[in-house]
Design a protein around this ligand. Structure first.
Ligand code: ACM
Length: 752
């Protein structure tokens, strides 16, 4: 080959696939404790011998998942030694190996591969490191020599799956387990029962799966908005499903082989409409479809729950059984004679204590069977039961309180680990429940909050992400929401905090798209959209503009600041840049000289009201953002009202900016957002009034809403009042009506 051609080929191939460079790929996720690579190669033969001690016989079978291994011969041996022959050895660690208790070692030599561990879970972790390495290589048959020593940071590494809101077939749950195993998760939290459907065969109560597993509508949202009824299996419209006990056992065994424990969740005392539709006598009213909560004062409730749990325990060997405990509406108990009588008898002072009583009964019962309960953080209310482990979902506060009181905790805060949230600009996504949780934000999570006392840190068992499926009707959508965010979770659960590094993770992630493609996972592809952030610097009187992309290479963004469309010849983005004037910025993502993403257009304002004091005739409610500084800090809100720049009002907005001197006013604008799911609406209109003395205000103009209050998308609108002719004023009043009586969110009073 002529030299020029070789050079071009090398250049070209490194341009096309910079990250998936055929050999030597050790981009393991989660990042191991240590990897040292050598210069030799090991080549797999498809029928390679796997030579294992008795302890790891089952783990050896898992190596058949390696893409270069097919039907390897597994030989069980007594001798705990490796010979110099082509084989994979799975050996018991010995004192001489100096391996920490939860670690494994994996040595790839030219002749053989030697894996050592003290126990099976660690050996399974090692196997999946090797399997993952197989998927990461363009040619899985060859692996560079290396030594890996590795152990997890946390003992609990979980993913959750809600199969009540939408039933997911067993084949999918197995696929979920397959991918979880490769990323070293060790717990599947299987949310089997909820108001939207009971999903587990209970032989004593066949009605549960004859009726409560079947809905009038397949889609949760349609069902929720249309009567929320169950219908008998066999009816023309019956939609849903359940797992037989045999199938559930099959899954438990399948997962166990891969090192994953399955924790069933049987919801109580709330989220139980489906049970009460079948057994209305277990509700306070005695009537179906009237409440979500069991009547705790009815002893039959406990008979039912214990009978159900007895069967659950025969299916699931898990030490932990999840009993729910979240979001019970306790008001029925306040007036129910049976609940009141029980409270009297047991000296319970509140309905919180009544719920706590119910949870304690379950704790005592399950402890008597050698198990432990997990509950959502509401189980703290009314007193936490002695043996309970808490899942902290409403932020971290419940987890912090519990750990500091000496209880075990699994962190699963909605802010960082709810995978039903949007992962990118909601305006580009299939409808989700709300929220905004990027891959980077997941990655940033540390399961040990600073408020946990040093001697209580060991009570944080680990972290879990939850996949609630109200808005996830298909298995494809489930995969889309979980991956690749689950890879970020895998790393924060496994890798020591000091070793975590977002840029490094993002780089390694590039190699994992091939793995996810090989396993046919419908993962979320990184968007070509350009995002932006604009931070006002009051000292410099300039905006610092950051442009972002989910693509690895931010340098493929080109932008203009003069309102014209971006071209390949426009400035390319290198790093955040400053603008000391207002501008219309346009930016887009380019690849190979072609624009492949949409154009982002935004105004970056440096306006006259920045830094001026604001008086609140109506105060914010629940969403203070930056308090009094919010509306004139020069910083605009982003895609979510949780970002600390959007201020929320439940009354009409009525604010006055004191410009501190007579000022020529040309225009006044405010941004609002709409997201009707959580009740966020546009104002009907925004009025601007001006005054010289702060007492007598004259109407200067009005901007009207033109966005439908039925439009369920995330929408933004700049209400801009341009004065017919410039006016002098010291005080600028803005009033925004609230016709829907929902939330109004606004971020800045922009005065020119
Ligand atoms: C929950 O999200 N209700 C635990």
């Amino acid at each position: 080959m002529p030299l020029a051609k070789i050079v071009i080929t090398i250049l070209f191939s490194s341009l096309i696939c910079p990250a998936i460079n055929a050999q030597n790929n050790f981009d393991i996720i989660p990042k191991p404790v240590s990897v040292s690579t050598g210069s030799g190669n090991f080549t797999f033969q498809p029928d390679i011998d796997i030579i294992t001690t008795v302890a790891f016989k089952d783990a050896a079978v898992l190596l058949n998942e390696h893409p270069a291994i097919k039907n390897a011969r597994i030989k069980t041996v007594k001798k705990n030694d490796a010979a110099n022959k082509h084989a994979i050895y799975m050996l018991n660690a010995t004192e001489a190996d100096k391996l920490p208790e939860n670690a494994y070692s994996l040595a790839v030599n030219e002749e053989n591969i030697i894996i050592k561990a003290w126990d099976k879970p660690q050996m399974i972790n090692a196997v999946y490191t090797l399997v993952q390495l197989g998927y990461l290589q363009q040619d899985p048959k060859t692996l560079t020599t290396a030594v890996i020593i590795d152990e997890p940071r946390f003992s609990y590494r979980g993913l959750h799956l809600d199969v009540s809101r939408h039933f997911m077939p067993l084949s999918f749950v197995k696929k979920y387990i397959d991918v979880m195993a490769i990323y070293k998760f060790n717990n599947l939290h299987w949310h089997l029962t909820d108001g939207a459907g009971w999903r587990l065969e209970i032989k004593k109560y066949p009605q549960l799966t004859r009726l409560a597993a079947w809905r009038t509508h397949a889609g949760w949202k349609e069902w929720w908005n249309n009567g929320r009824r169950y219908i008998e299996k066999g009816a023309p419209n019956a939609s849903g499903g359940f797992y037989t006990q045999q199938q559930a056992k099959e899954l438990v065994d399948y997962a166990a082989k891969k090192g994953i424990n399955v924790i069933p969740e049987i919801e109580m005392p709330g989220h139980s409409e489906e049970v009460l539709a079948v057994f209305p006598e277990l509700s306070c009213t005695g009537k179906p479809y009237t409440q979500s909560e069991f009547c705790i004062g009815n002893p039959e409730t406990f008979t039912f729950l214990k009978n159900v749990l007895d069967e659950v325990l025969t299916i699931f060997p898990s030490r932990y059984i999840h009993i729910g405990g979240d979001e019970a509406d306790k008001k029925h108990w306040e007036t129910c004679p049976k609940d009141q009588a029980l409270m009297q008898k047991e000296g319970l002072r509140s309905v919180d204590e009544l719920q706590s009583y119910a949870i304690k009964q379950m704790d005592i019962y399950l402890q008597s069977k050698g198990r432990r309960i997990i509950g959502w953080d509401e189980i703290l209310e009314g007193g936490l039961s002695g043996g309970a482990t808490v899942m902290s979902w409403r932020g971290e506060a419940g987890g912090i309180r519990s750990a500091n009181a000496g209880h075990d905790v699994i962190m699963t805060p909605g802010s960082h680990l709810y995978f039903d949230s949007y992962q990118t600009d909601p305006r580009t996504q299939p409808e989700a429940i709300g929220g905004f949780l990027t891959l980077e934000k997941v990655y940033s999570y540390d399961p040990v909050p600073a408020a946990i006392a040093p001697d209580k840190v060991n009570h944080i068992l680990g972290a879990q992400a939850n996949l609630w499926t109200e808005y996830i009707p298909t298995t494809e959508q489930a995969e889309y929401m979980v991956f690749p965010r689950a890879l970020a979770l895998a790393e924060l659960d496994w890798t020591a905090k000091e070793k975590k590094n977002w840029k490094d993770f993002q780089q390694r992630l590039q190699s994992h798209y091939k793995l996810l493609q090989d396993l046919n996972v419908n993962y979320y592809r990184p968007s070509y959209n350009v995002g932006h952030e604009s931070i006002y610097n009051p000292d410099k009187k300039s905006n610092l503009i950051t442009l972002t992309t989910e693509q690895l290479n931010a340098k493929n963004i080109h932008y203009t600041v003069n309102g014209t469309a971006p071209q390949i010849s426009s400035t390319y983005y290198v790093a955040p840049f400053e603008l000391n004037h207002s501008a219309v910025v346009n930016a887009a993502y380019f690849q190979d000289s072609i624009q492949i993403g949409p154009t982002l257009t935004f105004i970056t304002d440096i306006h006259k009201a920045i830094g001026k004091p604001v008086m609140y005739n109506s105060k914010w409610d629940g969403y203070p953002a930056q308090n009094e500084a919010t509306m004139t800090n020069g910083i605009m809100g982003g895609l979510t009202y949780h970002d600390g720049q959007w201020q929320g009002f439940t009354r009409p907005v009525d604010l006055i900016v004191d410009m501190q001197e007579t000022t020529i006013i040309n225009s006044v604008a405010m941004n609002f957002m709409q997201l009707i799911g959580p009740g966020v609406y546009m104002p009907g209109e925004m009025q601007v009034l001006l005054s010289g003395d702060g007492k007598n205000f004259q109407l200067a103009g009005v901007a009207y809403n033109d966005i439908s209050d039925k439009d369920s998308r995330l929408l933004f609108k700049r209400f801009d009042v341009k004065l017919e002719k410039p006016q002098q004023a010291r005080y600028v009043q803005v009033k925004a009506t609230n016709p829907k009586r929902g939330y109004l969110f606004t971020d800045e009073i922009i005065v020119y």
